[in-house]
Design a protein around this ligand. Structure first.
Ligand SMILES: NC(=O)c1ccc[n+]([C@@H]2O[C@H](COP(=O)([O-])OP(=O)(O)OC[C@H]3O[C@@H](n4cnc5c(N)ncnc54)[C@H](O)[C@@H]3O)[C@@H](O)[C@H]2O)c1
Length: 661
């Protein structure tokens, strides 16, 4: 069968042969056993409902074994045989160009070069799923290959509920991931309902088909590292940045450190992942001996080198050793997956990687104790460094939150609302006030032709738009504009593409609209093929997350999720090709609500109308909320937006004189 025929077939009518478990691939850890015997039966019945009854007797023991061995039913046998990667949009079967674009994006999220655990349909973050099993994948691709622009596919946490009649301006796909009744949104609820096959953790761009490999995060991290050095008034050259994680997103840190020009030391416990990042040249050297690492860092400091050094081992060892050796760390952070602390996101110190994996499945209580013990040691070592002048920030991975829950010494001595911890989150100090409040956020696009030349042309177009805009940009956003022009000029040279031909930059509403409009014109003129627009959920308006994206909201509303919900509803009736709303993403299940969109630009007048309507809302919604929270940058930005668009009328806050209290 051709690729197209396999897509159109959906779940095969004849059972494919069982597939061997490929050990050279990076697999999801065994999930902890959480279901009762009765619930296991339910999970099996749930899995079997995708298949005709005549196959049940053969599939039942196999699925049962998967559930017992891995804690989930992935239906490995149904993994397709064709190569998993984004193809030229013209290669996808179907009646709707928009649906084909979504197929391309789904395949990109599962590409072996992109996905963290491709066979378990996990794109990043340890549990960021596109689907929960292969039947869902097959069925979704089939629906997309047959739908028209008068239908909408509804996705319930990975499960394609079906095609419903709609209209051409409606989204082609509406995705919800992990939406729970709030009282059922604890980490163990994820374990349970995911094991039952009725919910999943979509992370941010995994379950919304908008992941573009680590490039997205390289850019955000570069901006963060540059601004962190600005914050301590130090040039990155010769400066030392210590952090952890070479995984899906954390792996971008050494590359970003190199682009910023500092010395990066990054610990990672997983040897496979460390090797991959080294082979990809995202990290320059691997070290396994702490004494050698210390000597190497000293040399790099003396020579003011730009270099990234991986330490294959636990991050706690690095912080402790550098303290003993009195090695000065300028900037420190952490990107272990603490949004998922009990199931492989954070490895305890003093226990091997393999033993930890075993312990989390076989003795989860002990594992939890070890994790919390490590967190206390971790925080204590960081505290010693910050007492000596290190600038530490939480990198949105729930480090401070989990450390505080473990009883670590991370609480502020003088807490104020929104400033409970000793250290700021990177959003409180950097991203929020410098970027999000002004509408700057991670705008991205994918060239659906798959041609590098198209990407080059879009880079040139975007750069020309920004260079024109900066001429009249107000002082408040000049730095942002400059950083992004520098970024886009160096993007090709930095060789950032993994998977689809994609690009990211930070732009405000005006920038996003102008760039998108210019792309649409270039498509209409036949200069480039169709382009998918999107963004990370980690943005101005897409995410309500009190310890991350909305951590610099100080009016008490950071524990509400109205903005993210408003955003996705608003995007959906203003022309998004697909929308998604997720519980969990970044900081953990129950800790965040986040949403996003995808939009196909095909050069049409419809696309032009949609992009203007939707992008304007997609950014200004968040600015209005940030402005109402009395964030001064956002007040400035929303007033500017109202001047430019008379139909925008936003309620502005009045400031109260503190001396009245
Ligand atoms: N704020 C942001 O912009 C931002 C960006 C990226 C990621 N994050 C957050 O950072 C975290 C990491 O994301 P990811 O996609 O890289 O996840 P990931 O799970 O792919 O990577 C985390 C890595 O940390 C390693 N690790 C765990 N414990 C360790 C320890 N004690 N010492 C050394 N290494 C250890 C793991 O082996 C893993 O490879 C997530 O919680 C994510 O939400 C935030």
């Amino acid at each position: 069968m051709t690729f197209q025929q396999q897509i159109q077939q959906g779940i095969p009518t004849e059972l494919p042969q069982p597939k061997p478990y490929e050990t050279q691939i990076n697999h999801a850890p065994k999930r902890k056993e959480i279901l009762s015997d009765e619930e296991k039966k339910l999970a099996l019945k749930n899995a079997l409902r995708y298949f005709e009854p005549k196959f049940h007797a053969e599939l039942l023991p196999e699925f049962k074994e998967e559930l017992e061995k891995y804690g989930r039913i992935y239906m490995y046998r149904f993994r397709p045989d064709y190569e998993m990667k984004a193809r030229d949009i013209a290669e996808y079967p179907g009646k709707s160009e928009q649906a084909k674009a979504i197929m391309l994006m789904i395949q990109n999220n599962l590409d072996y070069a992109v996905a963290q655990h491709p066979h378990e349909l996990i794109t990043y973050g340890g549990n960021g799923a596109v689907f929960s099993n292969w039947a869902q994948y097959l069925l979704t691709m089939k629906y997309l290959s047959e739908m028209t622009d008068e239908q909408t596919l509804t996705m319930y946490s990975g499960h394609p509920m079906g095609l419903f009649p709609s209209h051409k301006d409606a989204p082609r796909v509406v995705v919800t991931n992990g939406m729970m009744i709030p009282n059922y949104s604890k980490p163990d609820d994820w374990e349970k309902f995911n094991a039952l096959g009725v919910s999943q953790y979509g992370q941010m761009t995994a379950g919304s088909y908008m992941y573009i490999g680590p490039q997205g995060i390289v850019h955000g991290t570069t901006i963060t590292v540059l601004n962190a050095f600005r914050k301590i008034n130090k040039e990155p050259k010769g400066g030392l940045f210590v952090t952890s994680g070479l995984g899906g997103m954390s792996g971008a840190q050494p590359k970003a450190g190199n682009i910023a020009g500092c010395i990066t030391v990054i610990a990672e416990v997983n040897p496979k992942i460390t090797k991959i990042r080294h082979e990809q040249k995202w990290v320059n050297e691997i070290h396994e001996n702490l004494d050698e690492l210390v000597a190497r860092v000293r040399k790099a400091q003396e020579n003011q080198e730009t270099v990234s050094l991986a330490y294959l081992g636990n991050i706690v060892e690095v912080w402790e050793k550098f303290d003993e050796e009195n090695l000065r760390i300028d900037i420190g952070s952490d990107q272990t997956s603490l949004h998922n602390p009990w199931a492989g996101g954070y490895y305890p110190v003093g226990i091997s990687f393999e033993d930890s994996n075993k312990m989390m499945a076989e003795n989860p209580e002990l594992f939890k104790e070890k994790v919390q013990e490590t967190l206390r040691r971790h925080a204590s070592a960081i505290n010693k460094h910050t007492a000596k002048g290190t600038y530490f920030f939480d990198y949105g991975n729930a480090f401070l939150l989990e450390a505080s829950r473990a009883g670590a010494d991370v609480m502020s001595e003088n807490p104020t609302i929104g400033r409970e911890f000793k250290y700021p989150s990177y959003v409180q100090d950097i991203m929020g006030p410098m970027c999000f409040d002004y509408g700057f956020g991670p705008f991205r696009w994918v060239c659906t032709s798959g041609k590098p030349e198209d990407l080059q042309k879009t880079d040139d177009i975007a750069c020309a738009v920004l260079e024109e805009m900066i001429k009249t940009s107000p002082e408040e956003i000049q730095q942002q504009m400059k950083d992004n022009i520098t970024w886009i000029k160096g993007a090709q040279e930095n060789n950032l593409v993994v998977g689809s031909q994609a690009r990211i930059l930070y732009a405000d509403a005006e920038g996003r609209m102008k760039i998108a409009e210019a792309f649409n014109k270039a498509i209409a003129n036949g200069e480039i093929g169709a382009v998918v627009l999107g963004r990370d959920h980690h943005d101005v308006s897409g995410t309500d997350s009190p310890y991350r994206e909305t951590s610099n909201i100080y009016d008490g509303s950071r524990f509400t999720a109205d903005m993210a919900i408003q955003n996705v509803i608003g995007d959906s009736f203003r022309g998004a090709t697909w929308v998604s709303i997720h519980n969990g993403g970044g900081v953990g299940w129950g800790e965040v609500i986040n949403g996003g969109f995808g939009m196909l630009l095909d050069g049409s007048d419809d696309a032009d109308r949609r992009l203007k309507s939707m992008l304007f809302w997609d950014v200004n919604n968040g600015i209005s909320r940030r402005s109402w929270a009395r964030n001064e940058g956002a007040v400035f930005a929303i007033k500017r937006a109202m001047e430019a668009e008379p139909n925008l009328k936003v309620t502005l806050p009045n400031f109260v004189d503190e001396s009245l209290f």
